[in-house]
Write a protein that binds this ligand. Sequence first.
Ligand SMILES: *Cc1c(COP(=O)(O)O)cnc(C)c1O
Length: 233
Amino acid sequence: MQADGDGATLVVHSATKYLTGNGTVTGGIVLDSGKFDWSASDKFPSLSQPEPAYHGLVFHPTLGSMAFTFHSIAIGLRDLGMTMNPQAAHYTLMGIETLGLRMERHVKNAQKVAEWLEADPRVEAVTYAGLKSSPYHKRAKKIVPKGAGALFTVALKSGYDGCVRMIDRAKLFSHVANLGDTRSLIIHPASTTHRQLTEEQQVRAGAAPNLVRISIGIEDVEDIIADLDQAMG
Ligand SMILES: *Cc1c(COP(=O)(O)O)cnc(C)c1O
């Protein structure tokens, strides 16, 4: 959410990906700059109007720049109960100690793998924003100049069956539904996470039948490429 041209004012971030590195924790982070005027319109009555479930407190005028944060705790956390357990918080804090190092390797590996895949004749397209062919390349250079993450999809000329075969053959890659792990992960959305959709819906969701989603880990990049090479047959 953006109040002006001055960057994001409210960021909702998944702590499930990358922070621990091991895919052992689910968690989230909400960062509020306190700059947004919740009372400027009638769109945010829970912050600009009296809250009946909190003794009629009007969060925004009363708490100012901390309104959203206090509402998240007093109402959101109280009613929904999404409190991170202490061990999950401990794992997350320990993981963050090596996050910078791991991300450098993640994005370096992802860039190399995406370039290798894009040049392979068995591949139709690669969606990685670090590639010049991506419509998001320019934006990625500006927003994430150190690298465009380590998650992307690859479209195979061999179609749905080729994707299923690739997943079956992959050895270094783990076949799981999560992402942002130190290990390289692979999944074929059209036969798993998105199988309940029609083909048209799959295409619109970026999960076309001939797409494989890969999350590049921090292994030796030559091993990652060798595994994809043999898996594509
Ligand atoms: C991403 C993911 C979720 C959802 O976590 P969010 O923090 O809501 O994105 C849940 N389980 C697994 C295994 C995941 O990878």
